[in-house]
Design a protein. Structure first.
Length: 353
């Protein structure tokens, strides 16, 4: 689509990208490129051979999830020539550049940007989310894919708000699992609920894998290449083997609970999770797997509230001899070993097998 003058955030077009060094950048210079060529939230516009259509990719909503921007930086160095125009947002540059680089989920003094895509928009994070939403609508995209890294090691998977054949077709080419969530947290993929012009636009989150997983970089790279190369999204044939899991539950700490990660119970901790619980992000976790250790309060420091507000922890987990076990076979994902993320977001998501 042709560029319009009404975008709320800066837009660099292909000629400007070249002038900023995109044609000569190398993977190792990604940090310098972020700091000096972008400096803040920026759209990168790559006009396609068919400039009448546009596809949107967003990345770096969380500053500690770098695979999307690292893959983008490398891909731009290949001087791509997409068939269809791409609009790519590099969002939370301030969080990414806060030292140590790529370790801060949230910009200093801000809120979780991927929880800000609903009112109120009163602070800087909310205003940035509001501008991003306005710009995405202005691009009038054929699809929107929001790239993330999981908070622990694990395979790639997609997350959507509802079962949609268009989303399933797209997601099947990048991962083997699609999570259909009924949680409404203020994430970017919820934009169709608040932006009427995006109501029919396939929008989903693609968790590319852990930030340190080499495969995550390749998953993100595939998104740029394929969205630029596919001539007609509606004509795509679904890749076989996509597993669809419905309505996961978020296992969370209750307010005030203390948490530790270790290979045995930590004295004084209300909950000690196994130091490598992120290995449970692959496959099925059976009821014989010890997930951690419980303090004197047992399970009362945990909750698994569904989208309707009911606590369903007892359907998922149980205590045996002071240890934490699945009550039934579970599919776990987003299990993290980062205590800060576990406290501010959740310990993991679970779907009964």
């Amino acid at each position: 689509m042709p560029l319009a003058p009404s975008f709320a955030l800066p837009v660099l077009t292909a000629p400007t990208l070249a002038a900023a060094g995109a044609s000569t950048i190398t993977h190792s210079d990604a940090t310098t490129w972020l700091r000096h060529a972008l400096g803040g939230p920026t759209w990168l516009h790559l006009p396609g051979e068919d400039a009448s259509r546009c596809r949107v990719i967003t990345t770096l909503l969380h500053g500690n999830e770098p695979s999307g921007v690292l893959a983008l930086h490398r891909w731009l160095g290949e001087a791509p020539r997409p068939r269809v125009s791409l609009a790519i947002l590099v969002a939370n540059v301030a969080a990414a550049l806060a030292p140590p680089i790529f370790t801060h989920r949230i910009a200093p003094g801000g809120r979780d940007l991927n929880r800000c895509f609903r009112p109120p928009f009163g602070d800087a994070s909310g205003e940035l989310a509001r501008r991003i939403a306005m710009d995405i609508a202005a691009w009038a995209p054929e699809c929107v894919i929001d790239l993330h890294n999981t908070s622990g090691s694990g395979p790639a998977f997609a997350v959507a708000l509802a079962r949609d054949p268009a989303i399933e077709r797209l997601a099947s080419h990048f991962c083997d699992r699609l999570i259909v969530s009924d949680f409404r947290l203020g994430s970017l993929m919820e934009l169709p609920l608040t932006a009427p012009t995006l109501a029919d636009c396939p929008i989903f989150t693609l968790e590319c894998g852990g930030a340190r997983d080499p495969a995550a970089l390749e998953v993100a790279a595939d998104v740029y290449r394929r969205l630029g190369d596919w001539p007609d999204l509606a004509a795509l044939t679904p890749a076989p083997g996509l597993e669809v899991l419905i309505h996961p539950l978020r296992v969370e700490l209750r307010p005030g609970a203390s948490l530790a990660y270790a290979r045995g119970p930590e004295p004084g901790a209300d909950i000690t999770l196994w130091a490598r619980i992120d290995t449970c992000n692959r496959g099925i976790t059976d009821p014989t797997t010890c997930l951690g250790w419980l303090g004197e309060g047992g399970l009362r420091y945990l909750q698994a509230v569904d989208a309707r507000g009911s606590d369903r922890l007892g359907e998922l987990l149980c205590a045996r001899n002071g240890r934490l076990y699945p009550r039934r076979p579970l599919r776990l994902f987003m299990a993290t070993t980062n205590a800060e993320i576990a406290r501010s977001d959740c310990l993991f998501y679970a779907v009964p097998e």
